[in-house]
Design a protein around this ligand. Structure first.
Ligand code: HEM
Length: 246
């Protein structure tokens, strides 16, 4: 068989139940036609982005479910679904590394085809950037306020590793993994277009650094600093060495 015949096989007939249920014909038609690809890396470039969009769709959907379970204080469901979300976030970060198998030159060729498109236009990412607000609101009203709890109490003065603490740590994990994606994406930029390059919208990639400082749940991070200050007050700013050396 020649290459074209294999291409036809790769698309499938689209008539079997597996293909019908999963809409494989549509799915496998979402990438450019083989004749339109500018080089051997473009298919990978499209698929990685499309897969990432699908994972973000699933993350967003799961977060909506999590929000409902938070309002019901169904902690077991919340924790199980957050485990799913965290795994998806890790996979998203891991899958970025596929694009490191693309040479900088091949990316320049692909980049000529992108118009002024930017990852900032990603529908999945844009919706995720909005979802922490309802999640935080539900957590705060149903796990904290309603029970007379505060972030300080669950982490320190009334710490008992209870439900509110477990959910708070799942939120922290979400925040951290989101930043890990951003950090690895930044590395990918360094690797493919170089640090300090202008994006296709003419803005320097440094603007991404603003996002890298974002915290969805700042209160959950600040409590750690406050605890270190408070506990640290018992020994002062600088502690004596355990060996007794000053
Ligand atoms: C060679 C590969 C890639 C390069 C060179 C690249 C480059 C860039 C650049 C320069 C920006 C800044 C955009 C602007 O200034 O408007 C950006 C943003 C972004 N890219 Fe990529 N990107 C790559 C792959 C990916 C992939 C695979 C994803 C998967 C989801 C992705 C998602 C995003 C997102 C979500 C943003 C916005 C980030 C934020 O606002 O914090 N990128 N990318």
């Amino acid at each position: 068989m020649n290459r074209e015949q294999f291409y036809a096989l790769m698309g499938g007939e689209g008539t079997l139940d597996y293909e019908l249920y999963l809409k494989t014909k549509t799915l496998l038609g979402c990438q450019s036609d083989y004749s339109e690809l500018c080089n051997k890396d473009e298919l990978q470039f499209q698929i990685v982005h499309q897969v990432e969009e699908l994972w973000m769709k699933l993350i967003a959907y799961s977060l909506l479910d999590i929000d409902e379970y938070l309002q019901q204080e169904n902690t077991n469901r919340v924790i199980t679904l957050f485990r799913r979300v965290h795994l998806l976030q890790q996979m998203m970060t891991q899958q970025l590394t596929l694009l490191e198998t693309m040479s900088p030159k091949e990316y320049q060729e692909i980049r000529l085809k992108l118009g002024n498109g930017s990852g900032q236009e990603s529908p999945g990412f844009r919706v995720l950037l909005k979802m922490y607000q309802p999640i935080w609101h539900s957590f705060k009203s149903h796990y904290l306020d309603k029970h007379g709890l505060t972030v300080e109490k669950i982490y320190d003065s009334e710490y008992n590793h209870g439900d509110a603490y477990m959910v708070a740590e799942a939120l922290v994990e979400f925040d951290e993994l989101f930043q890990k994606f951003r950090a690895d994406h930044m590395q990918l930029i360094h690797r493919s277009i170089g640090f300090g390059a202008k994006s296709l919208k003419g803005r320097a990639v440094e603007i991404l650094e603003e996002g890298m400082r974002q915290k969805f749940f700042p209160e959950l991070w600040e409590i750690r600093t406050r605890m270190t200050d408070r506990w640290g007050a018992s020994y002062g700013v600088k502690r004596d060495s355990l060996g007794g050396h000053h």
